[in-house]
Design a binder for this molecule. Structure first.
Ligand code: SF4
Ligand code: SF4
Length: 445
């Protein structure tokens, strides 16, 4: 099946310098087991999981070590067999402490006799698929970490006709999803069919930026003709084409209303890595215990795409990539546009760690923020049609009510406004802080 071009053009967007060439042609390399794995109970959006093991317990790979603590939560599984060394709050890659289970691997990597494989998944009921996804602890692997079983079980009165697989990977350095599409296209496609069955969606689109011709070709080849629409959609290369609402508009022309969700327009969007995890869970009966992460940036000796167990430290991943060959000035979890700075390399890999980016001193500049000069550039690039200049001034004045009325909660924290601002105003930081305060105020009410 061939690819089609996106018919619609989402508003806003920027063109940061791309550095995907550092790792794009490096095939996915499986990392050996590290000496220790630190598995956080807070790898997803929603309530942290509740640990089900204690110090001294022995565990098998795939064993539940953290139970979902509510509907918006996800189970956590042991990434290998070994001994539990610690159950305690530890610093996450982002900084705040969260309860984690530390496992010393025994080297045998023995799986638990847990979920049954189901290659004949077409016989399953919708609810069985959702249950398997929940039991496997799958969450969005593109960044947000929303529990997948919740996403694929919309309210009964909500009809979903379209599934979009998000393979845009618009962050300038990241190539993990690209490699997955090139190397695992058939499995991703089968994962898409499984999710589409759970949603009763008849249209499936795979959205990929047009700077990834090999991924477009691989996915198009993996998708046979079928009833309903099934297309690879080539998006123009522009950040943030991976953002859900922008992607939905570019692919289908449907507009998600302000404050609304994709399901309000009959659509669910899943990242390609998440889709592969669904395939692995349903077809092979394997819970989510590993992921592919791009380890890249100037100082990394051999940038690449690493298949690592959840809980692997940044330091171990960099070591696997040959260590560093020049000074490191900044460590970022994720990409440079939406990722967050890490204080050091002890932070563990989680279900949402799409990348580990090391930047040298030549790429890190300290800017002094200046007053707004009302140039309007931030307004022009905002994909959500917000007015970041005005919003940031409301938020600086702690006027959260007006900021809410001006739709600050629609901000997707993409960073386009800050990227474009000649006054180097910390616009995204203002939005993040403002959104958190509005949420707090809403809870209080
Ligand atoms: S960070 Fe928010 S305000 Fe800034 S461009 Fe992105 S969506 Fe708009
Ligand atoms: S880009 Fe910066 S200086 Fe220009 S209007 Fe926006 S906030 Fe003001």
């Amino acid at each position: 099946m061939g690819a089609i071009k996106a018919k619609f053009s989402a508003p806003g967007g920027v063109h940061p310098a791309y550095h995907k060439d550092l790792a794009a042609e490096q095939p996915i390399a499986e990392m050996p087991l590290p000496a220790s794995l630190v598995i956080s109970m807070s790898q997803h959006l929603g309530k942290p999981a509740t640990p089900t093991v204690k110090k001294g317990d022995t565990v098998l790979r795939g064993q539940v070590i953290g139970e979902a603590a509510g509907f918006i939560s996800a189970a956590v599984h042991a990434p290998t067999s070994g001994t539990v060394k610690l159950v305690a709050p530890v610093p996450t890659a982002a900084g705040p402490r969260a309860t984690a289970v530390t496992i010393e691997p025994d080297g045998e990597d023995k799986w638990i006799d847990g979920m049954a494989p189901c290659p004949d998944w077409r016989q399953l009921e919708k609810k069985d698929i959702v249950e398997k996804i929940a039991a496997a602890g799958i969450t969005g692997m593109g960044g947000a970490g929303f529990p997948t079983h919740v996403k694929v079980s919309p309210p009964p009165e909500t009809a979903i006709d379209t599934l979009i697989l998000n393979g845009a990977e618009c962050e300038p350095y990241l190539t993990a999803d690209y490699r997955l599409m090139v190397e695992r296209a058939a499995d991703i496609w089968e994962g898409a069919l499984i999710i589409a069955k759970a949603l009763e969606a008849t249209n499936i689109y795979v959205a990929i930026e047009d700077n990834k011709p090999l991924a477009i070709a691989a996915m198009a080849e993996a998708m046979p003709e079928q009833a309903g629409a099934a297309h690879v959609v080539a998006l123009k290369t522009e950040y943030p084409q991976g953002a859900e609402k922008q992607q939905i508009f570019a692919v289908t022309g449907r507009e998600v209303p302000a404050g609304g969700l994709p399901l309000n327009v009959g659509i669910v969007v899943e990242n390609v890595g998440t889709t592969l995890a669904v395939w692995d869970a349903v077809v092979n009966g394997r819970p989510l215990t590993e992921r592919v992460t791009t380890v890249t940036g100037g100082p990394v000796a051999k940038p690449g795409n690493v298949l690592a167990r959840l809980g692997t430290s940044s330091a171990d991943m960099v070591e696997f990539c040959g260590g560093t060959s020049s000074p490191v000035a900044k460590i970022i979890s994720g990409g440079p546009m939406m990722g967050f700075a890490q204080a050091d390399m002890s932070g563990p890999t989680t279900k949402t760690t799409s990348g580990l980016l090391l930047l040298g001193p030549e790429s890190v500049h300290a800017y002094e923020s200046m007053p707004c000069i009302s140039c309007g550039r931030c307004v022009g690039v905002c994909p959500m049609n917000l007015m970041p200049n005005e919003l940031s001034q409301f938020l600086e004045a702690e006027d959260y009510e007006t900021a809410e009325a001006y739709n600050v909660m629609d901000c997707i924290e993409c960073g386009c406004c800050a990227f474009e601002c000649p006054a180097h105003r910390p616009l995204v930081q203002h939005m993040r802080r403002g959104k958190a305060q509005v949420m707090l105020n809403r809870r209080k009410q």
